[in-house]
Design a protein around this ligand. Structure first.
Ligand SMILES: [Zn+2]
Length: 316
């Protein structure tokens, strides 16, 4: 199987640790968010605890019995016409979908194509998935220093997790049910904080409301991955890691930002899809940096300079 030959299964262990540390970072962040009332905080922490994850491949990919039982469509007998074959396949796939009702999140088998370099969050399952294409260069390599891997894959994990708490995802609970678990006054405070992003991005020429969910995920996702990396160092009893060859003159914190930027490089003019809720790549880099205290500290930005404005948006 192509996947068995070219995919390094070991990568999933390190990235799974990354997911756990990012969830831990979010849990701590929620504990310390003074604007949350106790009940909303408890609901939010429950949502983090219950958030399932699947990294690299679904658990049952290498389970032949499972694959056979679920996906094997016996060949057509000579009496079967094309319509009957399609109907037989549809019956099989619909019954498989119905079996998923009221089950645990689908970490055992995925609902989406596997061969993409990306990640996604499913609100109705409260689950994140990191696809295998994302666990290879130019995004990931287990021999790279962890600050590079956290800045790229870690930020994506933080981004996907944060979709569970963005302006739409927050209306689903820990079990993926469409339930409003927010206290009214806390909900108002959330929208005030979210509106900071709406105004800030609108002022830069994009539709701040249309892109809000992605912008919350970008900003908070970055912060979570950065915090999780610091947690990793602490867990290992280290204060730093070796420098990246050719980047020796930069501090580790600076390289974290440079590696994050690297993910958004593109050549030529950016022709974005107007239906895409992500902002153009340069904004995804610059706005996150401007809102990050870690960025201005790492690069020693002067107060009120363009990359270190006084007003920074932050939800958590
Ligand atoms: Zn997103």
């Amino acid at each position: 199987m192509y996947f068995e030959k070219y995919f390094q299964r070991d990568a999933t262990h390190k990235v799974t640790e990354m997911v756990k540390l990012i969830k831990e970072e979010l849990r701590e962040t929620l504990k310390n968010a003074s604007w949350l009332d106790d009940q909303t905080r408890a609901n939010a922490i429950l949502k983090v605890d219950k958030m399932a994850y699947s990294v690299g491949y679904p658990e049952n990919l290498f389970n032949d019995t499972y694959v056979d039982e679920n996906w094997n469509i016996p060949p057509s007998p000579s009496s079967e016409n094309f319509y009957q074959l399609v109907a037989r396949m549809e019956r099989k796939f619909i019954s498989l979908s119905l079996l998923k009702l009221n089950r645990q999140p689908a970490t055992t088998s995925w609902n989406y194509p596997i061969l993409f370099a990306n990640g996604y969050y499913l609100a109705k399952e409260n689950m994140i998935t990191i696809l295998p294409g994302y666990l290879k260069l130019p995004f990931y390599n287990q021999n790279l220093p962890d600050y590079v891997n956290y800045a790229i894959v870690g930020v994506t994990i933080g981004h996907e997790i944060m979709h569970g708490f963005d302006n739409k995802g927050r209306f689903y609970d820990a079990f993926g049910d469409a339930v409003d678990w927010w206290d009214n006054a806390t909900s108002v405070k959330y929208m005030e904080k979210a509106n900071c992003y709406v105004d800030q991005y609108t002022a830069e020429g994009v539709d701040g409301m249309f892109t809000l969910g992605e912008n919350i995920a970008d900003n908070v996702g970055f912060k979570l991955a950065y915090g999780a990396y610091k947690r990793l160092l602490k867990k290992r009893g280290l204060s730093s890691e070796p420098a990246l060859p050719a980047f020796e003159k930069f501090t580790l914190e600076q390289v974290f930002f440079i590696a994050y930027n690297h993910k958004f490089c593109y050549n030529g003019e950016w022709n974005g899809d107007p239906n895409d809720r992500h902002t153009p790549p340069d904004m995804r880099v610059n706005m996150v940096a401007r809102n990050s205290k870690h960025f201005s500290k790492a690069f020693n930005c002067e107060k009120t300079s363009p990359m270190n404005p006084e007003e920074k948006c932050s939800i958590w």
